[in-house]
Write a protein that binds this ligand. Structure first.
Ligand SMILES: NC(=O)c1ccc[n+]([C@@H]2O[C@H](COP(=O)([O-])OP(=O)(O)OC[C@H]3O[C@@H](n4cnc5c(N)ncnc54)[C@H](OP(=O)(O)O)[C@@H]3O)[C@@H](O)[C@H]2O)c1
Length: 437
């Protein structure tokens, strides 16, 4: 029998404990599939006394994850601590520098330091695997890095945050407010006590930045992402979207354009009949559009101990199967040193359809004035609807516009002009429409 693959795990929380459990429960299958046993020989976390519901008695305990990474008798270091600095970064770096393979689920770390870490891994001839970092259990990294060789990707987009999708799904299904949905999501453990990172789109942005690098062979540019979260989506938007044949999703989109690459995260209207619109609740989905394949959509569980452990164990199994001395493929599909600088397309140049919801004073001429501002900016309208005031005697009504393909710059100018005209009673709501099959 070939020697066992010795695995050291730092971070025995939700994901780490699930990984330990899966490796123990699936010992025989893993040994058959990998041609050698896979054993957890070392672990690290903060509190040694905590019961984690898994048997760690056979593993050597390290108080210091960096010491585990650099010095333990292991072949693979698995980082499941989280965070883009501190022990996560230090221990991954130490493991790579010591010539150990690394597996991580840490999107924040990769979004910030992925390219630098990839350079070390490639120099040392070891693997840095991170399937669980984007869309949890969905095998999107392997698909983009390996299965789509030869394809040119034109666009990649997806629902990358289960918390946001859960909230938007319930808002639509039950007609309840954003705040009520968020509270419920927190109670059920789908949202953190401080949900800002999820609902303002940062988590989606981290994942998107990794997909962008894989799709376009560019250096990761997590700070160059246009970002809008879902906290200002109201029932009025959800209802209007449904009436117009759309559903609102928080999408991360990376797209090649004539002026560069667009990376954007924002609430998006997708046609109700499209496949991505059918992705409900905490489920994630990633759509990849290429020249050879057309559109591929992968969907499945994007978070949770088991789903994430499935991806982590898959990454460990790949290492167990790899031959000693074999030159591994580059971490982001192309050698890290050859990744091109990211050229950001200006958001104002973004082209697409727009949904615009205006609340206006119910006065003669307002409707015509709104339509004129659109025409002044060369925006052609697919539809313009005005609604009677919802409450009797109110002088406030809603105007909903859907534009044909136009530019972000034109829409911003038109909305600015309408705002300055003094007809609005509230800030205009603008939601981009995304083409999806
Ligand atoms: N949870 C998910 O569904 C999910 C999905 C995809 C990706 N991920 C990623 O997976 C990673 C882990 O997430 P998680 O949800 O499992 O987090 P978690 O439950 O908070 O667990 C974090 C673990 O790290 C340990 N830790 C913290 N500081 C440490 C240090 N200085 N040295 C050693 N260990 C330390 C903690 O130790 P103690 O237990 O002793 O406090 C805990 O065991 C993160 O990068 C996350 O983004 C999570």
């Amino acid at each position: 029998m070939v020697d066992a693959l010795r695995v050291g795990i730092a971070g025995i929380g939700t994901v780490g404990a699930s990984v330990v459990r899966v490796i123990a429960d699936k010992q025989a299958e893993l040994a058959r599939q990998c041609g050698r046993p896979v054993t957890v020989t070392a672990v690290s976390a903060r509190d040694r006394g905590r019961d984690r519901g898994v048997d760690l008695s056979a593993a050597h305990w390290f108080d210091d994850s960096v010491e585990l990474a650099a010095k333990a008798d292991i072949d693979v270091f698995v980082e499941l601590i989280g965070g883009d600095e501190g022990p996560a970064r230090a221990s991954v770096k130490a493991a790579l520098e010591a010539g150990r393979h690394v597996v991580t689920a840490n999107k924040a770390l990769l979004a910030r330091h992925g390219v630098a870490l990839a350079e070390i891994a490639e120099k040392k001839g070891v693997l840095l695997n991170y399937e669980a970092a984007v869309a949890g259990g969905i095998p999107v990294i392997k698909t983009m890095r390996e299965s789509l060789a030869g394809n040119t990707v034109n666009r990649v987009f997806g629902i990358l945050n289960g918390t946001c999708n859960y909230i938007l799904t319930r808002m639509e299904a039950e007609g309840i407010s954003f705040d009520a949905c968020l509270k419920d999501a927190q109670r059920l453990g789908y949202a953190e006590a401080d949900p800002t990172f999820d609902i303002e789109g940062n988590d989606t942005a981290h994942k998107l930045s990794i997909l962008t690098s894989l799709a376009f062979g560019t250096r990761i540019a997590a700070d160059d992402i246009y970002l809008e979260g879902i906290s200002n989506i109201s029932q009025a938007d959800i209802r209007a979207a449904a009436e117009l044949g759309y559903r609102i999703k928080l999408l991360g989109v990376a797209q090649r354009t004539d002026s560069g690459i667009e990376q954007r995260v924002h609430p998006t209207m997708v046609p109700t009949a499209s496949v991505i619109a059918q992705v409900h609740g905490v489920t994630n989905a990633v759509a990849i559009e290429t020249d050879i394949l057309g559109e591929l959509l992968l969907s499945g569980p994007g978070a949770g101990g088991n789903a994430t452990a499935s991806a982590v164990v898959g990454d460990i199994a790949d290492i167990a199967k790899s031959r000693p001395g074999f030159q591994h493929g580059p971490v982001f599909g192309k050698p890290a040193r050859e990744l091109k600088p990211y050229k950001r397309a200006k958001m104002r140049a973004h082209e697409g359809g727009y949904f615009i919801r205006l609340t206006v004073h119910d006065r003669v001429g307002v409707f015509a004035a709104v339509a004129k501002r659109m025409a002044d900016n060369g925006i052609s309208l697919e539809s313009i609807v005005q609604r009677a005031p919802e409450t009797n005697g109110s002088d406030i009504k809603t105007v909903i516009l859907v534009t044909h393909e136009t530019t972000e710059a034109a829409v911003r100018k038109a909305v600015d002009a309408i705002t300055k005209d003094g007809h609005l009673t509230d800030k205009a709501q603008v939601i981009r429409i995304e083409r999806a099959d």
